[in-house]
Design a binder for this molecule. Structure first.
Ligand code: G
Ligand code: G
Ligand code: NA
Ligand code: MN
Length: 252
């Protein structure tokens, strides 16, 4: 409870920052950057994102957190664009956001206000968006893609997974959860799961990103399996804005 009051205050005080983790193609091309929230509490220090995101979910604070993240990420994208760095940024949104009426319109208005083209924003969703009110979720997602925002299906293969969802969700990218990627090079079953996921995604016309790539061997296996891009510590961890800018410049 203390933490919830603190999180409310932290959003107002801008104690919550975004770090950015690159997604890169096997040719080194930068496909985008994922914005990841980081909170440094004045007394407790770094609060794990899983912990305060769960609090935001259950306390009704998620809309404010998402607004804050979208606003900060779009400001950053606009800044990078002004400086010749035209990289798309991905923002994680929760099922609650997708179920909030007017979300698609609000995102479009925010993009316009920042002068950022919709294609420069990607929203990462999980299959959980279909749990509560699939019709409303589908409407919101159709609204977003109608505006030109790209959708990505995050954490694919975990928890509530069904191929029906893949058909229903208007996503252009699928992210293979890092629990399947971690042991890819040493576990034949995980390798088979990844192979099938890549093939399935491609047959549906989706791009495939592997999360949590930590070593060269995994990188090579993913390339050989036809994966499109990777994200993970092998390339770079999530970086604060200045570091991300320097990283982008070193790649340009
Ligand atoms: O960044 P990792 O460091 O620990 O993130 C932990 C979890 O928090 C991941 O599941 C990630 O998708 C989620 N997450 C990170 N940033 C955001 C955000 O801005 N909004 C939401 N809803 N989830 C986020
Ligand atoms: O659920 P979401 O996929 O958005 O979570 C991203 C999470 O994965 C963040 O917590 C991020 O810090 C973490 N992460 C990013 N790259 C790696 C990696 O190479 N290895 C591990 N173990 N975690 C990673
Ligand atoms: Na994500
Ligand atoms: Mn993920």
């Amino acid at each position: 409870l203390g933490l919830l009051a603190d999180l409310r205050r932290a959003l107002d005080a801008c104690e919550v920052e975004l770090h950015y983790q690159p997604k890169v193609g096997f040719d080194g091309r930068v496909a985008g950057l994922e914005a990841l929230v980081r909170w440094t509490h004045p007394e407790r220090g770094k609060v794990p994102p899983d912990e305060f995101i769960a609090i935001a979910e259950t306390s009704g604070l998620m809309p404010q957190l998402t607004e804050y993240v979208l606003e900060t990420a779009l400001e950053q994208v606009a800044h990078w664009r002004r400086n010749g760095l035209t990289v798309p940024v991905a923002v994680n949104v929760s099922p609650r956001d997708v179920h909030s009426p007017g979300f698609a319109g609000a995102v479009a208005a925010r993009l316009a206000r920042h002068g950022v083209p919709p294609g420069a924003l990607q929203l990462e969703i999980t299959e959980h968006v279909l749990l509560e009110d699939p019709q409303r979720a589908a409407d919101t997602l159709a609204g977003l893609t109608g505006h030109g925002v790209k959708m990505s299906l995050d954490d694919f293969g975990t928890g509530y997974s069904s191929l029906v969802h893949l058909r229903r969700l208007p996503v252009s990218e699928l992210k293979i959860d890092r629990s399947f990627v971690a042991r890819l090079a040493v576990d034949a079953e995980d390798a088979e799961i990844v192979r099938c996921t890549v093939d399935l995604a491609h047959s549906l016309g989706l791009l495939v990103v592997a999360e949590g790539v930590e070593d060269d061997e995994t990188w090579e296996r993913l390339r050989d399996l036809g994966c499109d891009a990777v994200q993970g510590w092998l390339v770079a961890a999530a970086m604060p804005p200045h570091e991300a800018t320097a990283w982008l410049r070193s790649r340009a």
